[in-house]
Ligand binder design. Structure first.
Ligand code: 4NP
Length: 149
C-alpha cells in the first residue's frame, strides 16, 4: 500500500488489509510513502483514531519510503493516487514490475472515484471517508484473490 507520506492513507490501508487477511497465513501486507519526509514517524493521529474507532490498531506502524527492492518483495503494489502511480512506476526496473502497480480504487468497480484523496489538510470526516473507500476496495481486492486461487 503506497501513498505520499505514509502517515495518513497507506497506514490505514495497511491496517485495514492486515485486519481483513489476519485469518489467512499467505498474505504479507506493508505500506510506504513515495516521499521520505516522515520516515520513522508514527501515523497521523487522525488515521490512528479513525482506525481505532473500527477496532484496528495502527499506532505502532512507522513510516518508510518506497524503494526499488519492494518490486521484488511484493506481488502487488496498490497506490492511492495517480501521482503515487507515476512516482512508483518511475522506479520500476522492468515491465513485470510495472504490471504489479495498480490504483487501489481501480479494484472497486463500484467506485466513482479513481483516487483516494489526501486527507492531510482536511478534517476528521475526510479520514473516515478515506477509511470507507479503502475498506471497500480491500474487499474487492480479496475477492480477486479468492477467485484467482
Ligand atoms: P499521506 O498524506 O500521503 O496519505 O500520508 C500526506 C501526509 C503528509 C504530507 C502530505 C500527504 N505532507 O505534505 O507532509
Amino acid at each position: 500500500m503506497v501513498c505520499l507520506g505514509n502517515i495518513c492513507r497507506s497506514p490505514l490501508a495497511e491496517g485495514i488489509l492486515r485486519s481483513k487477511t489476519s485469518k489467512f497465513s499467505n498474505f504479507e501486507v506493508a505500506s510506504s510513502g513515495t516521499a521520505a519526509w516522515h520516515v520513522g514517524k508514527s501515523p497521523d493521529k487522525r488515521s490512528v483514531d479513525v482506525a481505532l474507532k473500527h477496532g484496528i490498531d495502527i499506532s505502532k506502524f512507522r513510516a518508510s519510503q518506497f524503494r526499488k527492492s519492494d518490486f521484488d518483495t511484493f506481488d502487488k503494489i496498490l497506490v492511492m493516487d495517480t501521482s503515487n502511480y507515476k512516482d512508483v512506476l518511475s522506479l520500476a526496473p522492468n515491465q513485470k514490475a510495472k504490471e504489479k502497480v495498480q490504483l487501489l480504487l481501480s479494484l472497486d468497480t463500484s467506485s466513482k472515484e479513481q483516487e483516494v484523496p489526501d486527507p492531510y489538510y482536511g478534517g476528521l470526516d475526510g479520514f473516515e471517508k478515506v477509511f470507507q473507500m479503502i475498506s471497500k476496495a480491500c474487499d474487492a481486492f480479496l475477492l480477486t484473490q479468492v477467485s484467482s486461487k
